[in-house]
Ligand binder design. Sequence first.
Ligand SMILES: NC(=O)c1ccc[n+]([C@@H]2O[C@H](COP(=O)([O-])OP(=O)(O)OC[C@H]3O[C@@H](n4cnc5c(N)ncnc54)[C@H](OP(=O)(O)O)[C@@H]3O)[C@@H](O)[C@H]2O)c1
Length: 350
Amino acid sequence: MRIAVHGASGFTGRLTVAEVRRRGLTPVLVGRNEDRLRKAAAEAGAAGAEIRVAGLDEPVALAEALRDCDAVINCAGPFTPMGKPVIRAAVTAGTHYLDTTGEQHYIRRVLDGFREDVERAGVAVVPAMADDGGPGDLIAHLVAARLGSVAELVVADLRRPGAASRGTARSMAAVFAQGPLEYVDGEWHTAGEAPAPLSASGGSASMAVPGEEGEAAVAVFALPGVVTVPRHVRARRVRSVIRAEAAAMFVALTPDVVDTIPETPDEAARNASRWLMLAEAVDSEGNRARGWVTGSDGYGMTAVIAVEGARRLVADGAPAGTLTPAQAFDPADFLDHLTTHGVTWQIVQS
Ligand SMILES: NC(=O)c1ccc[n+]([C@@H]2O[C@H](COP(=O)([O-])OP(=O)(O)OC[C@H]3O[C@@H](n4cnc5c(N)ncnc54)[C@H](OP(=O)(O)O)[C@@H]3O)[C@@H](O)[C@H]2O)c1
């Protein structure tokens, strides 16, 4: 199975190439700079891997670079300005597409704007296959399934700030500038700046965090779940929050600050870091369900999620179309696969 990694010279791209190799699949490194791609191949333990050079402004070359690949994983962000040419190339080449974006507005535009072209090409396009958008969408689907109907659902990224790459900081600054969406009564709207009361978590802007004493303050933030979950869960309202301390950090991300962040997070900090995606839902009678997925090293896990997703699209066959993670994959089965990498997940009802 040949898996192209676009943006293979970046931090996430290198981890993804290494994971493709670890799974016994064949990586093809795609990007704009040959020297950086070759260096990345060596660093990822794939020195002999094929390198294909194509810029985002070279649609023919980019499509050719993907043509004999079974799937492409796009790791070149920020995706808002850079993602679409790679999707167009995948559609032209007839190659399945996944990416590691967490950019909410971009994900919405991909899911809505590319639907017809992607269906006509007979491929699957699955954005947000990273450690927030993937587990967040999958666990939200399983939580909602525990209730007959969902009045309100909140997706929360409850990791503590830290261990972020410069690429992530650059992308998150762009996300913050666009403002968060919420989903209400069948439409997406700009969410209020102040954290609205979370009726699904007891009426305050704080949440109980699994494994922690007390509650953590949270703030509205633009997570992928707001634009992915309503496509497979019937809910009146869907919102997303992160820890208030993480939100405060993103507010401070001016371009000057982004440039001071190391390109690659410190390895010890990365290995020690934990991520936790939680979904909480309430039905019209006040019945509640909450579920969470947690693990370590979010960047390593992003590579695992994206590569396993690509492998499943190719090996199991996927419906053609623009799909959220929970539409493309069996949610419980995919999360069970992640447990082989130290991830745990559970759902509780009250
Ligand atoms: N949501 C999540 O949970 C999650 C997790 C992991 C990663 N991500 C996302 O993945 C993306 C990558 O992060 P990272 O830390 O790996 O960033 P990075 O190290 O800065 O890598 C960026 C990559 O994009 C390529 N690139 C930049 N500008 C380009 C252009 N104009 N044309 C073609 N390629 C270009 C770079 O190629 P050159 O080497 O040629 O510059 C490089 O390969 C970010 O958007 C990040 O938010 C998200």
